[in-house]
Write a protein that binds this ligand. Sequence first.
Ligand code: NAD
Ligand code: IPM
Ligand code: MN
Length: 367
Amino acid sequence: MPNPSLLILPGDGIGPEVMAEVRKIIDWFEAKRGIAFDVSEDLVGGCAYDKHGTPLHDDTMARAQEVDAVLLGAVGGPKYDNLDFSVKPERGLLRLRKEMDLFSNLRPAQCFDALADFSSLKKDVVAGLDIMIVRELTSGVYFGEPRGIFEEGNERVGINTQRYTESEIDRVARSAFDLAMKRGKKLCSMEKANVMESGILWREVVTEVGKDYPEVELSHMYADAGAMQLTRWPKQFDVIVTDNLFGDLLSDLAAMLTGSLGMLPSASLGAPMNNGRPKALYEPVHGSAPDIAGQGKANPCACILSFAMALRYSFDMGDEADRLEKAVNDVLASGVRTADLLNEDGITPASTTEMGDAVIKALDASL
Ligand code: NAD
Ligand code: IPM
Ligand code: MN
């Protein structure tokens, strides 16, 4: 059996910095656990534009379709802000998601015990928090037609279209119900059925799918009220399913419940391939963080935890994923923190590399 294959796309800004730490973790699993991957690396985003004039070369796209899993750092940055929309770094990431048909984006928000004190919310509200946001990722207003900037009379109009088919809602709802079955058997669906027809259809289809999952307690919430409830008492939720744009906003919000955007991983999953594994891309929820890029300040945990999700969802290695997540928690508990996880003066933050090294040490201690 060949080793499972991984395509690594570090991208821009802090992407390569946090991915360098993941490479150490991958090497550790090979050296200490005998779990070897066939790793290749390529460009995406602004760096791909710099080399090829496109944020995602066709060869990279083709490779992404072949491998067992893709790991991505982050794309974008001020250097590329004025590029034509069609070649912006973000288009590279959106093309990967769309062409790999990664319709189910899992964004867990888990409050590590060691960080309960750090959240901007009260400790009671976040301690022990463990929720999963399932964001639809290949449709909705991100991709709907018509779209563009058009002339209308003597002014311009910017248009994007929120569009969902029943089958698109059905498949992401099923992925969320399947997850709920493996977790707390509670699913809350969020849309705005009070003002949007696509929201009405969303609610109808999710309710219909729910009939196949009688054990799951299904509820519905308007997405604005959902945002409020997420900050008021997030522990009322287990799994949340929502559309592409609401999921983008709600997952950033949920990230801050846990302390920092630098902690939140994600998995983007599609239909099973011939080998039974889902098409998959793993990436931190955060972006390229231009404000701290190149300074060794970035928190690599979100990217490291994204690799843990790859172990769990692509490679059926839940125990090894648990081991890696525990190592991260142990490091945080020991007081080693990057700057985004510190608010007291006088404590020296760990650098990106020091944080990665500390996780390796904690992994060693787990043997
Ligand atoms: P961002 O997530 O890059 O940064 C927001 C804030 O969080 C910044 O202050 C940053 O320093 C901090 N932060 C983010 N990740 C961190 C980490 N690992 N450690 C410590 N601090 C961290 O969002 P933004 O500033 O809105 O966007 C910057 C660029 O990234 C834009 O070009 C945007 O399009 C892109 N972006 C890319 C992705 C992606 O590649 N998946 C996601 C979001 C944004
Ligand atoms: C995310 C990002 C992306 C999105 C951008 C960079 C295309 O914000 O992954 O959350 O909007 O989906
Ligand atoms: Mn986002």
